[in-house]
Design a binder for this molecule. Structure first.
Ligand code: PEP
Length: 248
């Protein structure tokens, strides 16, 4: 019996609408327990439009590493909390590659999120070139160590999402075996910082997850849910994925 409650995360990225909020909340509200933890991360402007419901939680896709002040365009962790967010995605590969977020700032964001009462979902993952050069584990170790080596106490308050860059939005998913191998490595690697926290850590998988491929991924011992982009914008597909996660 799995000890860790599955977590299924919708990352809407810069997509979605007021209509989709209504449709998604209506569909998730009628799902029957037991359910995984279901987390919706829409663009922040949509957060206040989600009706409160026990079947789902709300989160953000990014947070400022600063607490407050003259940082045009940024949103603080406290503001996200006030908008009913309880989680935040940190270090998504699109933030790392398109917006130049480096390990140091990502580490600071994880700390600020936790200090403000948000649970960070730290995204880590290798590029296709890094995988082909057999540097996957080395890259992941660097991304994880950048956050937890100096602040191991943060691990107990985190979620980690393994997101191979080559699988995000490409339709090319890691096989369940490939993903499990990496998830197991992440858990073992993090055990050096806090063995109990590493054992309890939810490590979710992201990268072209669909209703058709999620069941095999969820069946793996160290895959505790999924972070979903494209399929999370389709109400029926996302609901189906949530339903399958509860049985894993
Ligand atoms: C993502 O947004 O991190 C993601 C995994 O997207 P997709 O499911 O579309 O690959």
């Amino acid at each position: 019996m799995r000890q860790r409650k599955p977590l299924v995360v919708a990352n809407w990225k810069m997509n979605g609408s007021f209509d989709l909020v209504q449709q998604m909340s209506a569909a998730l509200s009628v799902l029957t327990q037991p359910l995984p933890d279901i987390l919706i991360c829409p663009p922040v402007i949509l957060l206040p439009h989600f009706p409160k419901h026990p079947n789902y939680l709300l989160g953000a896709q990014n947070v400022s590493e600063q607490l407050a002040g003259a940082f045009t365009g940024e949103i603080s962790a406290d503001m996200l909390r006030a908008a009913a967010a309880s989680y935040v995605i940190v270090g998504h590969s699109e933030r790392r590659t398109l917006y130049g977020e480096q390990d140091a700032v990502i580490s600071q964001k994880v700390k600020v999120a936790i200090d403000s009462g948000l649970t960070p979902i730290l995204c880590v993952g290798e590029s296709l070139v890094q995988r082909e050069e057999e540097k996957t584990l080395q890259v992941l170790a660097r991304q994880l160590d950048a956050v937890y080596a100096a602040q191991p106490h943060l691990l107990a308050h985190s979620v980690v999402s393994y997101e191979p860059i080559w699988a995000i939005g490409t339709g090319r998913t890691a096989t369940p075996e490939q993903a499990q191998q990496v998830h197991q490595f992440i858990r073992q690697h993090l055990a050096q910082y806090d063995a109990q926290a590493a054992n309890e850590l939810r490590i979710i998988y992201g990268g072209s997850v669909t209703a058709a491929n999620c069941e095999a991924l969820f069946a793996e011992a160290d895959i505790d849910g999924a972070l979903i982009g494209g399929a999370s914008l389709k109400v029926a597909d996302f609901s189906a994925i949530c339903t399958m996660a509860k049985d894993s």
